[in-house]
Ligand binder design. Sequence first.
Ligand SMILES: NC(=O)c1ccc[n+]([C@@H]2O[C@H](COP(=O)([O-])OP(=O)(O)OC[C@H]3O[C@@H](n4cnc5c(N)ncnc54)[C@H](OP(=O)(O)O)[C@@H]3O)[C@@H](O)[C@H]2O)c1
Length: 230
Amino acid sequence: MRVGGKRVLVVGATGSVGGLAAGRLAELGASTALAGRDRARLAGRAADLGGRPYHSFEAYDLGACEALAPWAAEVLGGLDAVVVALGVAGFGAARDMPEAAAEHLLAVNALAPMAIVRGALRVLPPGGGVSVVTGTIVDRPVSGAADYAAAKSALAAWLGVAARESRRAGLSVLDVRLPHLDNGFAGRAVVGTPPPLPEGADAAGAVESHLVAPLLERLGSGAAAEGART
Ligand SMILES: NC(=O)c1ccc[n+]([C@@H]2O[C@H](COP(=O)([O-])OP(=O)(O)OC[C@H]3O[C@@H](n4cnc5c(N)ncnc54)[C@H](OP(=O)(O)O)[C@@H]3O)[C@@H](O)[C@H]2O)c1
């Protein structure tokens, strides 16, 4: 299926999941705009994908997060979908987590995605939607990751309500619960070291089946799927 003519913002495009999603969507003919934190890597990725518009931001600046979708709608001449794939892991027992790290995990994994989606829901047209990466940790929180799990669960709860509220406007909000992947995400934790983890799933395959395929289906049908999970 091709998605020529569809305009998609990918947030977290400098990362593994966001980069894979941006690459596939570009391959399929979507008109994409990219957002990420590391400006140099973002510029490189935008160039690799044929010269896409890009915008760098920091998750702590919630106003900047909220402004990403309006920016994309402006540079793409409209917007059909937003993929939100930013996040950071953090490990440590609940009683030992430094407050600054707890705040960081909540800001990057919950508050920033919520602000991005808030901005998107204001500019997306009926039939449009957002796909936001949470993770299977929402369903199966593991010891040693209470703060990361709490942030992802907060985001998942918020997305569930936003999905219900957005249905009337014809907008879909997808909660993408990716499994643990083989891309080294846990090793990039902002704090602590990961507990023993099972072998990660193939990142490209998981992004294709959990994120890109449901997004294509939605872009193709324009149908809103309330509170859908992938
Ligand atoms: N990989 C897994 O095993 C797995 C499993 C389930 C769910 N997930 C979720 O999938 C999403 C993407 O993970 P990934 O594997 O692609 O991780 P990744 O490769 O480490 O990418 C993380 C992305 O988040 C951005 N980011 C981190 N801190 C930021 C900040 N303070 N401000 C703005 N952007 C920030 C990074 O930007 P820069 O690179 O520009 O700094 C990058 O674009 C995350 O939400 C993660 O929780 C991952």
